[in-house]
Design a protein around this ligand. Structure first.
Ligand SMILES: [Zn+2]
Ligand SMILES: [Zn+2]
Length: 83
């Protein structure tokens, strides 16, 4: 069974339809202001932030930390996993 992860928060589901039917606590518009978004990259042992290059072992941990090079401004958003 493949796993599907949310790009914003790292929540794992066994199907895309389950993932994208649930609200996301780390949605860019605000907590639970939108649904999880499918992370379209492959499962990795390390995930790299596409803005600053910070790495972490899980999407959930990576996206819990503000990014100093976020496009909206320094620490205005969280790290985002590169594909
Ligand atoms: Zn999410
Ligand atoms: Zn970053």
């Amino acid at each position: 069974m493949p796993n599907y992860y949310c790009e914003y928060c790292g929540t794992k589901h066994s199907s895309v339809s389950n993932l994208t039917s649930n609200p996301c606590s780390r949605h860019p518009d605000g907590p639970n202001k939108g649904r999880h978004k499918l992370y379209e990259g492959t499962e990795k042992s390390r995930y790299t932030c596409k803005y600053c290059g910070t790495t972490n072992s899980s999407i959930a941990n990576l996206t819990s930390v503000p990014c100093s090079r976020h496009p909206l401004g320094s620490n205005k958003g969280k790290h985002a996993p590169a594909l």
